[in-house]
Structures are given as C-alpha cells and as structure tokens.
Design a binder for this molecule. Structure first.
Ligand code: ADP
Ligand code: MG
Length: 253
C-alpha cells in the first residue's frame, strides 16, 4: 500500500477469556510506513491484541482488516502469508540451532515442532532459496557474520535482533514487535532503535509494544494507550505526554 494509506484496521476488537474481557472494543488504524507504539500497564491486553491481529488467538468480536482484506477469521499461517510477521514477548528461539537455522524458520508460520518438521521436508531448491533469504536478513540486521553461531551463545539483545531477522524472512509489510527491548542494555536498545528506523526507511510498517518510555517516545510516530483491555488514548508522543487520563492511569504522574 502507498505510504499513509491504512495497512491495518482494528475495528471494535473484543477478546473474551471466560469472564475476562482482555480486549474490550479496541479500534485504531495503522498507516503504511508508520511506526505505531502500543503501550499500557501489564495486563492491559497488548499481547492479546497482537494475538488477534496475527491470528494466533482469534477475536471473539469486532473486525480486523489487513491490507484491505478481512483477516478476522483467518489462521496465523494465512495472515503470515499476507505479510504480517511478529516476534513474541518471550524469546522463542532454538538455542541449539544456528542463527541461520533459526532465521530460516521464519519462512514458516506454524508451531515450533511444525517449523522443524517443515525444514526437514524441504526440497533442495527450496532449502537453498530459504537459506539465501535467511542469510540476507541476518546481514540486514547486522548478524551476517555470526550465521553459523548457535543462537544460545548470543547475548539477549542479539537474540532479540535475531528474532527480528527471523520475522523478516517472510518479507513482511507489517512487523509486530512485542517488547523487543525487554531486558536489553542501553547500547543494545540503541542498536535496536537504529535497526527499526532503518527498516521503516525500507518500507516496513511497525507496531511495537514497549515499556521503555524514552525509547518508545523517541521512536514512534503515534501511540495507542491501553488500560484494562480498553483503548485509553491515541495520539502523537507529544499528545500522549500531555494527556491527563494517560498520566493518571499509566505514567503515574
Ligand atoms: P499485556 O500484554 O498488556 O501485559 P495480556 O494481553 O498478556 O496483557 O493480558 C491481558 C489479560 O488477559 C490479562 O489479565 C491476562 O491474564 C489475560 N489473558 C491473556 N491470555 C490469556 C489466556 N490465554 N487465557 C486467559 N486469560 C488470558
Ligand atoms: Mg504482553
């Protein structure tokens, strides 16, 4: 989609877990080329919203459109093939496999066992193509020189960057990052921010959940603030800083 047109539209999304409305009537748009921050206290429903958008856990109400198509009832694999790729709040890597093998798994949007099985059943030509693409993405994020290192040997910051490379293998138009800077040291955070800015420059639209306010405020174009499953506010970093409801509920000032 052309820059500025809606790439993702979340309309009145609801997710009910028994008696709990983890996501309660949330609506917002993400325009192509934008970096949108999703913030809110623990338990606000941010990861659940990611699961709705990526088909990991379907919505119980409302509608989600991606690139103009209704994806509300599509599977995670179908949404992934349409061009939305994500990372998870907790690192999902196979520590005993190389960076290259971990990155290649981004070519599949299934469970871990499914991804390993898929790798084992690739045709030679497919495997070579996927390997080439994985190497290209490792180079893109600055990990090309360590392609044959085991993922478990990386520092946490590099593991999180590796997860971005794995998501990029699918050549996504939308990248969803769930707390990618959690546990990172300052220098690692700065590297991550530089990478995300570069990706945006290359046409990737980004939705990011992040608790580090300095990081998120310096990175994003706009923010959506959630609290108790609901959208509390939406706006530019400046507008959010000034928003009285946000300051009270979230920033605690
Ligand atoms: P956040 O990512 O903003 O911290 P979550 O989306 O993880 O919040 O969680 C929102 C609420 O939904 C929490 O109260 C959490 O316990 C609940 N929740 C999340 N996933 C499930 C699930 N699979 N089953 C039941 N409750 C869940
Ligand atoms: Mg979360």
């Amino acid at each position: 989609p052309a820059p500025g047109t809606p790439l993702l539209e979340v309309r009145h999304a609801v997710k009910q877990f028994g008696g709990l409305r983890a996501v309660n009537d949330v609506s917002f748009e993400l325009r192509a080329g934008e970096i949108l921050g999703l913030i809110g206290p623990n338990g606000a429903g941010k990861s659940t919203l990611f699961n709705l958008i990526t088909g990991v856990n379907p919505a119980t109400g409302g509608q989600i459109l991606f690139a103009g198509q209704d994806v509300t009832r599509l599977s995670a694999g179908q949404i992934h093939r349409l061009g939305a790729a994500r990372t998870f709040q907790h690192v999902h890597l196979l520590p005993d496999l190389s960076l290259l093998a971990n990155t290649m798994m981004g070519g599949y949007a299934r469970g871990r066992a499914g991804m390993v099985a898929s790798l084992l059943h690739l045709e030679r030509g497919e495997e070579a193509a996927l390997q080439h693409e994985a190497l290209r993405q490792l180079e893109r994020v600055g990990l090309g020189g360590q392609a044959h290192t085991l993922a478990g040997n990386l520092a946490l910051g590099q593991q999180r960057i590796l997860e971005v490379a794995r998501a990029l293998v699918a050549d996504p138009t939308l990248l969803l990052l769930d707390e990618p800077a959690a546990g990172l040291r300052y220098g690692e955070k700065m590297e991550l921010v530089a990478l995300l800015r570069r990706l945006r420059g290359e046409g990737v639209t980004i939705l990011i959940v992040e608790h580090d306010m300095d990081l998120v405020m310096s990175l994003v174009d706009r923010l959506v603030v959630m609290n108790s499953g609901e959208k509390l506010a939406e706006g530019t970093p400046e507008e959010i800083r000034r928003n009285a409801a946000v300051r009270e509920a979230y920033l605690g000032v």
